[in-house]
Design a protein around this ligand. Structure first.
Ligand SMILES: NC(=O)N[C@@H](CC(=O)O)C(=O)O
Ligand SMILES: [Zn+2]
Ligand SMILES: [Zn+2]
Length: 454
């Protein structure tokens, strides 16, 4: 993007196409908000940026990111993870609680929140743990975290499942009172002891212990019932099987029609996310035994990827979440069984969504805005993200070159880690710039910190 310099902090984006629709317009940003949206807008003292041909969408919101700070700053920090998020088009991320120490108290979540603000590249919202130390034995102080300066609105033991039904039921009961969401890593631990790969033909051929689809589906079914009966707010993390899609369909239909026993008769609500890697990759990739493909839940079959895509398109799955899971080399560059599960996701998410959802005709750009920005913001009640591109709204935006292609190189990512399963793949569409409340946080592949823009 070329631009003319100016001493003013306002910016005029010339020739953008909001949601990729209609004729190009000029979008004027002033005081952090969209000040004009029209043809031939007078630049005045604004910096003029040539954005011809670029699609503008509301900045992306990731409900599932691992930033690793505190505890594993060798794999990622709030700073490097925020930079990766800005490059990927994100303006808000939810940082999972499985850090060391675990984010299970007000002091820790406030630390993560403050550090995110200091870095200032993306709004970092800490996720609080559901149980103390993720140990699954007693509930953490959810209320204390919700009332802290971090205003925690999502709780999760992600990495492990809250498998005790009584604890999960209590957490869901509290969630409605707190206006929060319980995000479940759905994995029945008794069914995945020693599991290494999706249970099926591929795992059998490779001699890897199988990870049954029912381990996920049985917990999702149980939790949908608990959410409905308690009036709680359940969010299902990283849906990976066609069977889970059917359970979610049942929860939204026949189950929702049953009377709830919740206080005031208010039924629970269930939402769900899918990761870019589960939309694109299958267990066919495991033949190399390269641990870059190891992830929890595991890569599944092509039929699963197709069911997930259809469910995202028709709204049974609400949104895309990256499950960005950076790992240090010693935890990934080792034999399959010893490697940690997880893969990078923030910088490749848009391109994978375009490849699997837009280029297949399942979603248009408005649909991309829905699943990557509007719906996730709505699920957790973020008031100033996922907003319409309209005059008066916050200028938290992503500009995309829809015609670009690029080749993924983990070493070039802003993340400290390089465990991307998309290494060497040529993918469509590229984030050209990200803007948070009127300030560029990433532009032409470079991260812009406060200091750069002052
Ligand atoms: N997805 C993964 O394989 N790993 C995540 C944990 C998780 O999301 O369950 C991690 O923290 O590394
Ligand atoms: Zn998980
Ligand atoms: Zn995760």
């Amino acid at each position: 993007m070329t631009s003319t310099e100016s001493e003013s902090s306002s910016v005029l984006l010339r020739g953008v196409r909001p949601y990729g629709e209609g004729e190009p317009v000029d979008l004027l940003v002033a005081d952090g908000r969209i000040a004009a949206l029209d043809t031939a807008v007078d630049a005045g003292r604004a910096e003029v940026v040539d954005a011809t041909g670029l699609v503008a969408l509301p900045g992306f919101v990731d409900l599932h990111t691992h930033l690793r700070e505190p505890g594993r700053e060798d794999a990622e920090t709030i700073d490097t993870g925020s930079a990766s998020a800005a490059l990927g088009g994100y303006t808000a991320v939810f940082a999972m609680a499985n850090t060391d120490p675990v984010a299970d108290n007000a002091v820790l979540v406030e630390h993560v929140w403050r550090r995110g603000r200091e870095v200032g590249l993306v709004d970092v919202h800490p996720v609080g743990a559901v149980t103390v130390g993720l140990a699954g034995e007693r509930l953490a102080e959810l209320g204390g975290m919700a009332r802290s300066a971090a205003r925690v609105r999502m709780f999760s033991d992600d990495g492990v499942c809250v498998d005790d039904p009584l604890l999960m039921r209590r957490a869901l009961e509290y969630s409605s009172a707190l206006g929060a969401v319980i995000a479940q890593h759905a994995e029945e631990p008794r069914l995945t002891v020693g599991a290494q790969a999706h249970e099926g033909e591929r795992a059998a051929l490779l001699g890897l212990a199988g990870w049954p689809a029912a381990a996920e589906e049985s917990i999702v079914a149980r939790d949908c019932l608990l959410a409905h009966r308690t009036g709680g707010r359940l969010h299902v993390c990283h849906v990976s099987t066609a069977g889970t899609v059917e359970v979610l369909r049942w929860a939204a239909g026949p189950l929702a029609a049953l009377p709830s026993q919740a206080p005031g008769g208010r039924p629970g609500r269930v939402s769900a996310e899918v990761t870019p890697h589960h939309l694109l990759l299958t267990d066919e990739r495991l033949t190399t035994y390269d641990p870059v493909n190891k992830v929890n839940p595991p890569l599944r079959t092509e039929a699963d990827t197709l069911a997930l895509r259809a469910a995202l398109a028709d709204g049974v799955i609400d949104c895309v979440a990256t499950d960005h899971a950076p790992h240090a080399p010693q935890d990934k560059d080792c034999e399959w069984a010893a490697a940690r599960p997880g893969m990078l996701g923030l910088e490749t998410a848009l391109s994978v969504v375009v490849e699997t959802m837009v280029n297949t005709g399942l979603l248009d750009w408005r649909g991309v805005a829905r699943v990557m920005s509007e719906r996730p913001a709505e699920l957790v009640g973020l008031p100033d993200h996922g907003r319409p591109i309209a005059v008066g709204e916050p200028a938290s935006l992503v500009l995309i070159d829809p015609a670009a292609h690029w080749t993924v190189r983990g070493a070039e990512s802003a993340s400290l880690a390089d465990n991307t399963p998309f290494e060497g793949m040529r993918l469509p569409a590229r984030v050209v710039a990200t803007m948070l409340r009127g300030r560029f946080t990433a532009r032409d592949g470079k991260v812009l910190r406060w200091i750069d823009s002052c």
